[in-house]
Each structure stands twice: as structure tokens, then as C-alpha cells.
Design a protein around this ligand. Structure first.
Ligand SMILES: [Fe+2]
Length: 448
């Protein structure tokens, strides 16, 4: 279902919900009620568009517009959906021109203020449907499934490497190809999904996030698919050599001893060797990424690379997003930084640690407040940025998750936040908000 159609359904349900509450408080003819009816009429008009009629149906706990599921609105207006079910309303069919009296009667009936049904014949309840609606997987559900398969693939590769000393690259390639298709079809959702963190399984989630972001920025700067997919495989496996490093060293919460540092610095070679041993198409590119992911733009880092001084372009790309995701993740030895702070750190190291052109491209893709940023507004509400703005300074497409009184909203509500209304950035653990949980609520795709 298109985002516009979803927004139209949401707009109608929002207006209907408001009117249903209104009619319980004020009678027909009261200015407040009249105004609310006008808003529903307008929303119904937009929902109808050029169609002769439109049916909103409840099926399997979800709203359908005609026969297509509306996943976002189904979650957001779940309360209204349940009220309708209690009143025995399974579908609302609207035939233009819709009468205002029918809209009033519909809202009064759904809200339980009256048992009168719409009588003008422009709104019909529980019309039999000619066929059952078919449930369609949503972009969010497909993207989530793809994220899950990639996570499984890297977890499997890692455990195989530990158990047998080798792994199959094919499973990882298939997973990355799936992620590539879904992430590029829905880049906004993909960027939000890439904020998923796991403290317990940091490396696996971090690897998948780095893969998503590498594919997105690689696509943006025009890297060929033939290179980008193997580079994505390298991105998702860049730290697989960490299986050779003891967990006590990996998670050591203080300054590393020389011995521990030496142990850590073998992981790029270990990873590259394991990928080369797995073999198959693209394995050299993937191995290069693993080998070079800590080799800096200015020739510092490890292992020392002397071939012309700098790593391959796709490795430099993975370095930028690897750094970004690492900085925005909480680790045992430090807290997470906000997305904006991470971008600032990248900018400070552009030209020395990181390729300055790729840093700039990455920032352009992410925006100043990347999707997943959690902001406190000047009136104290907490919002999550869910899409990127194209024009710097434009209001941020967000979801409000905590109201200004400090209460978590049962269903997050979309909100455009003007930049001047932002008081500060906050971190997920400080406010108990998981940006990636809002995936189902995204209505705007980001063009990258
Ligand atoms: Fe690493």
C-alpha cells in the first residue's frame, strides 16, 4: 500500500476517532461538533479520491482499505479498531457525496453515544465483501525478516568458524543480497532499522547495521552492484576474525595491555584469511574489507598497509559506517554517543582517519539528525526522528513517544518538529525508547 493511501486512511480514522469522542460531549449543531464533522468530511473526501466508493474493513486485527492491509494505521488506531469491533462494525463503505448527518451518525454509533445507524445511504456498515482480503507482507515486515536472516547468517558463520575452523560464504551472500534489495527499496525504514542495538550480541547486530549503512552509502556514491554486494558481505563479516580474540580481551573495560592489544589487532587478518578460505565469487573483495577495516586513510591504523598508502574505496566506506555504528552503540567500557555527535567525530577525522569525500557523502545521506535520533523538545516531549529531511533546517519528520508530561504514549503519534524546537539529543537508555521499535509506524520513505 502506498504511503499516501496509508496516510489517508490514518487521517480519516484520526478524524473519526476525534468526532466519536466529541459527540459524547457536545450535541449535533454545537460548533465544536460541527468543526469535527468538517474535518472528518475532508478526510473522507481525500480517502475517496477519484474512487466511486471506498470500504474500510477490519480483518485479522488490521484495517484494510478496500482489500489491502494498512499496517501503520492498524497499529496506531488499534483502540478505534477494537471499539468498532465491540459495536459490531466490521466494515464502513462510503459512497460520495457523503452526507454530514451520516458522518455524525457513524461517529455516534462507533463511539457508543447512539444506536442510530447512518440513514442517508452514503455510509453503509457491514456490506458483504466479494472476496476475502489477502494479507500482504509489509515493507517493514520484509525488511525485518531480511535483517533477521542476515543476523542468522553471520551468527552461523561465526559459530562454524569456531567449531570447524571454516564457514560457508554462500549463505552470507544470499542474506546480503536480500538485505540489499529490501534496504534499497525502503531506505528510510532501513536507516531506522540500522539503529537496532544489542548489548549482548553487539558484534552481530553491529555487523548487520554496518552492512545496511555500507550498502546505502555505497549505492548513493555510485558503487556498482557487482562490487557493492561483496563489499556488503565484507561489511557483515568485517569483525568475524574476532573469534580468534578471547572474550575477556574483547570486553575488557579498561585500557588494554600491550599483550591484549596485540591479540585484538590480529582480527583483520584472521577474518580475511577465513573469508578467502571460504572462497567463491566476491570473496577477495569481502576479504579486503575485513583486512583493511582498521587501516586508516592516512596510513595509520592496523595492519600497516603499504600498497599506495590507502585502503580500497569500499573498505574506506565500511570504515566510516563502522565507526558511526560503534560510536552510537553502548559498550561495556563506554556509553553510546548520539548520532549527531558521531557525525561530528567523523567530520573531525575526515582527511586523517577517514576518507573526507565518503564522510561528507555519509553525512549527506544521514542528515544532521539521522533517522533514529531521539530528541527532547523545548516543551519536554521526547520524539524520535523517523526520516531524513532533504533541506537543511526543515522540520524533522518524527514520532512523539513521550508527551511533555513525561507519559509514554500507548501509540506514538507523528509530529513535525521544527529545528528551533529541539532542546537536546538524548540516548535510548536515558529515556527508555527504542527507535527501531517504531519501524511499523514509518509512513515516509527516505530518498537517499
Ligand atoms: Fe574490527
Amino acid at each position: 500500500m502506498s504511503n499516501l493511501a496509508e496516510r489517508q486512511v490514518a487521517g480519516f480514522l484520526n478524524a473519526l476517532r476525534r468526532l466519536a469522542r466529541q459527540v459524547g460531549l457536545y450535541p449535533e449543531g454545537h460548533p465544536a461538533t460541527e468543526e469535527a464533522i468538517e474535518i472528518v468530511a475532508q478526510a473522507a473526501h481525500e480517502l475517496l479520491g477519484d474512487d466511486g466508493e471506498v470500504a474500510l474493513t477490519i480483518h485479522q486485527e488490521a484495517f484494510f482499505r478496500n482489500r489491502i492491509v494498512v499496517p501503520h494505521a492498524s497499529l496506531e488506531y488499534r483502540g478505534l479498531l477494537q471499539e468498532m469491533q465491540i459495536r459490531g462494525v466490521d466494515s464502513i463503505t462510503m459512497v460520495p457525496p457523503i452526507s454530514r448527518a451520516d458522518l455524525f451518525d457513524l461517529a455516534a454509533f462507533v463511539g457508543g453515544a447512539s444506536d442510530d445507524l447512518p440513514a442517508d445511504g452514503t455510509i453503509l456498515l457491514n456490506e458483504p465483501m466479494t472476496t476475502d482480503p489477502e494479507l500482504e507482507p509489509t515493507p517493514a515486515s520484509r525488511l525485518r525478516a531480511s535483517y533477521g536472516s542476515t543476523l542468522d547468517a553471520v551468527r552461523l558463520a561465526s559459530s562454524a568458524l569456531v567449531a570447524r575452523g571454516s564457514f560457508e560464504l554462500g549463505t552470507v551472500v544470499d542474506a546480503v543480497e536480500g538485505l540489499f534489495e529490501h534496504a534499497l527499496a525502503h531506505p528510510g525504514a532501513a536507516l531506522l532499522l540500522s539503529t537496532v542495538k544489542s548489548h549482548d550480541e553487539y558484534t552481530f547486530f553491529h555487523s548487520v547495521n554496518v552492512c545496511i549503512l555500507s550498502l546505502a552509502v555505497g549505492q548513493m556514491v555510485g558503487v556498482d552492484r557487482d562490487i557493492l554486494v561483496p563489499a556488503g558481505v565484507g561489511a557483515v563479516l568485517h569483525d568475524i576474525g574476532k573469534v580468534a580474540v578471547s572474550p575477556s580481551t574483547l570486553n575488557y573495560p579498561g585500557r588494554l595491555s600491550d599483550e591484549q592489544w596485540k591479540e585484538i589487532t590480529v582480527h583483520p587478518q584472521e577474518g580475511a584469511l577465513a573469508i578467502l578460505a571460504a572462497g567463491g565469487p566476491g570473496s577477495e573483495i569481502a576479504a579486503n574489507v575485513a583486512f583493511e577495516h582498521h587501516a586508516r586513510f592516512d596510513g595509520t591504523g592496523y595492519p600497516g598497509i603499504r600498497r599506495g598508502g590507502i585502503p580500497h574505496v569500499y573498505s574506506r566506506l565500511v570504515q566510516v559506517v563502522d565507526t558511526y555504528d560503534a560510536i552510537t552503540s553502548r559498550r561495556s567500557y563506554r556509553r553510546a554517543e548520539s548520532p549527531s555527535r558521531a557525525l561530528q567525530i567523523l567530520l573531525e577525522g575526515a582527511g586523517s582517519a577517514w576518507d573526507p569525500d565518503l564522510v561528507r557523502s555519509f553525512i549527506r545521506m544521514m542528515g544532521i539528525y539521522p533517522p533514529g535520533s531521539i530528541l527532547r523538545t523545548v516543551d519536554g516531549a521526547i520524539v524520535v526522528v523517523v526520516a531524513k529531511v532533504d533541506e537543511p533546517g526543515s522540520p524533522l519528520p518524527s514520532m512523539i513517544v513521550v508527551d511533555r508530561g513525561g507519559a509514554h504514549l500507548p501509540a506514538p503519534e507523528p509530529l513535525l518538529v521544527p529545528v528551533e524546537r529541539i532542546a537536546e539529543q538524548v540516548l535510548p537508555e536515558d529515556v527508555g525508547v527504542d527507535p527501531a521499535a517504531l519501524l511499523e509506524h514509518i509512513t515516509e520513505d527516505v530518498a537517499v
